[in-house]
Write a protein that binds this ligand. Structure first.
Ligand SMILES: Cc1ncc(CO)c(N)n1
Length: 206
């Protein structure tokens, strides 16, 4: 089993909680209110802007080959547009859980090695691709189908696969990590997953 397969196994239950969360179910079954979408798109616009900077910081820590093999980034605005937010989103400031998530990733990047940095960012990329894969084409005439299409597109898929490839190269033999290092890596990764779940739960409360 590769490192990313081991990680996916460790995050199975939290990913199932994400699939079952009310907002993600709402994307999958065309059932979201305007206020929920306004709140989510406001939070996520702030998040993805900041994430772009964190991603650049992480990329600098990778090998030249890994950097060169990175697929072109896609514009997440397309995914945000698919949720049809109203102008009201412009007045919604970034919430505490969002800032805490970004701070967690930033600390992992500044304080850890390149693997720790990648593991902090991985739940973001991988969970959205897997949500898209899980829900696409499940609900007829879904208004939010373009959102699911974005995260399952060949470009986004390539980006997810590149992330998996990088962590597998960074840790070719995860069974040989010391117990402490394995726990530290897992903690960075699963903490980001927990923030992903919170992000969805908070959006559903609006
Ligand atoms: C909170 C969050 N996590 C992951 C993604 C995927 O890029 C996103 N857009 N927002």
């Amino acid at each position: 089993m590769t490192f990313h397969e081991f990680l996916l196994q460790q995050s199975t239950s939290i990913r199932n909680d994400i699939y079952h969360s009310s907002f993600v179910q709402g994307i999958g079954s065309d059932n979201l209110s305007q206020t929920q979408r306004d709140y989510y798109v406001a939070q996520d616009t702030y998040y993805t802007d900041y994430f772009g900077k964190l991603f650049d910081l992480t990329t600098e820590k990778l090998t030249p080959l890994q950097q060169a093999s990175k697929p072109v980034s896609t514009d997440e605005q397309t995914a945000h547009d698919a949720l049809l937010a109203s102008q009201a989103m412009l007045n919604i400031p970034p919430d505490q859980h969002n800032l805490a998530y970004l701070e967690h990733m930033e600390k992992a990047i500044m304080q850890g090695d390149a693997t720790n940095a990648m593991l902090a960012l991985l739940p973001c990329t991988e969970s959205y691709h897997l949500i898209g894969t899980h829900f696409i084409n499940k609900f007829p005439n879904n208004t939010y189908e373009p959102w699911l299409a974005y995260y399952t597109s060949p470009d986004y898929k390539a980006f997810t696969q590149w992330s998996w490839q990088v962590v597998d190269q960074q840790v070719p033999d995860w069974q040989k990590l010391s117990f402490e290092t394995q726990q530290a890596y897992l903690s960075t990764y699963l903490t980001s997953y927990q923030y992903e779940l919170t992000f969805w739960d908070q959006a559903a409360r609006h």
